[in-house]
Design a protein around this ligand. Structure first.
Ligand code: NAP
Length: 295
């Protein structure tokens, strides 16, 4: 009861940007954070879907401070436009929740000529975070929270074939992108040392959402149909994200991977500083950013 009261409006005066909050975990996290007083900015690809989601978030949370941003995160020019709009709209940004992500069984190439899974799941949050970093630092203490997956444990960063040009499978590409989310978080935490901005990643748990809807082959398998009733609700799937975005228990906690609101070990290779630095440099090159600010 006391804890609930303490959490009651603990995010009042704070601004949170959540990518991909028109459905699933992102929308549930938006409701959770708006309920405790945050101004929430949500992103989606389609304006009418995003506006309907914003109305639902405002209604469910009782908080009308919900803003809509529209961007297709597979396009770097749209990510850049989104960052510009966010910087114009929000003089301060307390939390960036990188949530957009998906699974694609077949290989697609984005408008920028990049493999779609890597582009949406890893390069988009990498670019968006980089473009918003100065505003986050100016708003410190601030947090960058990135939704990864337990699939990170099966991932491998294949620097020789990052785009799956030689060999593609949806699962390999997804696992690689979710490991990249964790490695990005660890490297970001190192680069943000002393700024008051923390970086954490999480596994939400297997959650009943629209995840994989772009891929009927994945969602219509009999095993998924049987398991669906046992999956977490979006509200439960969003709990660790809401915790990392808002709880005083994780004030100052950085460079960690969480599941069920507990810090967990990610796969061994994710802790290799040379590999995380290499991934950072390759990612910076793929999105056209300098490897280090000022370099
Ligand atoms: N569900 C699970 O069991 C599970 C497990 C582990 C990890 N995760 C991770 O959790 C995160 C959220 O997934 P979810 O299950 O909530 O999925 P979801 O219900 O499919 O939601 C995905 C969100 O991302 C947006 N989106 C998708 N592609 C986009 C693009 N190209 N540009 C901009 N927005 C895009 C969608 O918005 P619009 O379609 O409206 O544009 C939607 O709001 C992902 O990172 C996923 O990898 C999920």
């Amino acid at each position: 009861m006391m804890a609930t009261m303490a959490a009651a409006l603990s995010m009042t005066g704070k601004t949170v940007l959540i990518t991909g909050a028109t459905s699933g975990i992102g929308r549930a996290a938006a409701i959770g954070l708006a309920t405790i007083g945050a101004r929430v900015g949500i992103t989606g690809r389609d304006r009418s879907r995003a506006e309907a989601a914003a109305a639902e978030i405002a209604r469910a949370s009782g908080n009308p401070a919900v803003d809509v941003f529209v961007a297709d995160m597979s396009s770097q020019s749209e990510v850049r436009r989104l960052a510009d709009e966010v910087l114009t709209t929000y003089p301060r940004l307390d939390v960036l929740l990188n949530n957009v992500g998906g699974f694609w069984a077949h290989r697609h190439v984005t408008a920028d000529g990049l493999e779609h899974t890597l582009a949406v799941n890893h390069l988009a949050p990498f670019l968006l975070t980089s473009l918003l970093l100065e505003r986050l630092i100016a708003s410190a203490p601030a947090r960058v929270v990135t939704v990864s997956s337990a699939a990170q444990s099966m991932g491998k960063i294949d620097f020789d074939d990052l785009m799956g040009e030689r060999r593609y499978s949806g699962q390999r590409a997804y696992n690689q992108s979710k490991l990249a989310n964790v490695m990005f978080t660890y490297e970001l935490a190192r680069r943000l040392e002393g700024t008051g901005v923390t970086a954490t990643a999480l596994h939400p748990g297997v959650t009943r959402t629209g995840f994989g809807a772009d891929d009927p082959n994945l969602m219509m398998t009999p095993i998924i149909a049987v398991l669906r009733p046992f999956m977490k609700s979006p509200t439960r799937g969003a709990k660790t994200a809401v915790f990392l975005a808002s709880s005083p228990e994780v004030d100052g906690v950085t460079g960690r991977y969480f599941a069920d609101r507990k810090a967990r070990k990610s796969q061994d290779s994710s802790y290799d500083a040379a590999t995380t630095a290499q991934l950072w440099d390759v990612s910076a090159e793929l999105v056209g950013l300098p490897r280090k600010p000022g370099h």
